[in-house]
Design a protein around this ligand. Structure first.
Ligand code: BTN
Length: 321
């Protein structure tokens, strides 16, 4: 695990203006040696960031880049007490939070620039290139039985859509936990839960949002999109994360107080599957039907060919052409 490094953040901030910068001048401005600058540039190259290098003019980033910066995020969030660890590199932000599970039951956030083995649902990988997207996990203790938390992943999808309102319309939730834009996946949620003997429940809520990724060198096996592709703009991840944290804590509190029923109307407004014919796949079964929304447990209501409406608690959905 590598914790976030303010020298690296500050160097990238200088380089992010699209111009060439001389190593010695940057060193002087930041009170660092030329060797320290060179080491940081080398590290960024190892993470896959590309530079133009000129012997007379110095370094220039080939693509814009802004790193996660706790100083900027803290300025914009309402809950000033929540601990946030920002890591340069980690296997998975969900895995990072596991050892903190029994620490005084208070929430904790982890963000990373890069995940070596980002985990997706159903055993898939989550492509996590350095410095481009949001890889976020929240450890949260619910004073509720695990059976009351079945709608949690739906709430997270709604929080993402709410946060993205500032970037345009047409973001939708796709049951159970995707956020999509014109049928392409923009974000996903992986929740790992553990019921405690005292009736409470520890959840690690992992969220991946494609933000500034424009190419996919790993051949992601799903149709994907990023905010940058949608808006044609390089997105400030620090402000986006702060807005997301603010909304997330509000949505989770409302969910704790009132349950999923308080969100059913909001879900209807953004439901990508409503009245669509879909295939629902589980490990050993596949069924098709027309989606009739969700129930108060967050289950998918499907109208089958014989006209019956049946509810489903899990599965992967594909819209049929
Ligand atoms: C999905 O398959 O749709 C869920 C993707 C969840 C990815 C996020 S990124 C942050 C957190 N850490 C992980 O390893 N996975 C989740």
């Amino acid at each position: 695990m590598r914790k976030s490094n303010f020298n690296l953040i500050d160097i990238v901030e200088i380089l992010n203006d699209g111009n060439f910068h001389d190593g010695s001048k940057m060193g002087k401005d930041l009170n660092l040696t030329r060797a320290a600058i060179w080491k940081s540039v080398k590290k960024l190259k190892e993470y896959g960031i590309s530079f133009e290098v000129s012997t007379s003019k110095g370094y220039k980033l080939s693509e814009p880049l802004q790193l996660l910066d706790i100083r900027k995020i803290r300025k914009l969030i309402t809950d000033q007490n929540i601990p946030i660890d920002i890591l340069e590199s980690i296997n998975s932000t969900n895995a990072y939070l596991k050892p903190f599970k029994n620490d005084n039951n208070s929430p904790k956030i982890c963000l990373a620039e890069y995940q070596e083995i980002g985990k997706g649902r159903l055993g898939r990988n989550w492509h996590s290139p350095f410095g481009q997207n949001i890889y976020f996990s929240l450890l949260y203790n619910f004073k509720k039985d695990i059976s009351e938390l079945s709608g949690l992943s739906l709430i997270i999808g709604l929080t993402i859509v709410k946060t993205l309102e500032n970037y345009g319309k047409n973001f939708q939730v796709k049951w159970p936990n995707d956020v999509i834009y014109e049928n392409a996946k923009l974000a996903g949620t992986l929740i790992e839960m553990q019921a405690e003997a005292n009736g409470s429940c520890q959840a690690i809520i992992g969220i991946g949002i494609n933000v500034n990724m424009i190419k996919d060198d790993k051949n992601v096996d799903q149709l994907w999109i990023s905010l940058r592709k949608i808006t044609n703009q390089y997105i400030d991840r620090n402000s986006l994360i702060a807005a997301f944290i603010n909304n997330l804590l509000i949505y989770i509190k409302k969910f704790e107080d009132y349950g999923l029923k308080a969100f059913i109307d909001e879900w209807k407004n953004y439901d990508a599957l409503y009245n669509k014919k879909i295939d629902l796949k589980n490990l050993n079964s596949q069924i098709s039907g027309i989606v009739k929304g969700i129930n108060e447990q967050g289950n998918l209501m499907l109208e089958l060919e014989n006209g019956d409406i049946k509810s489903f608690a899990s599965g992967d959905t594909t819209i049929m052409k």
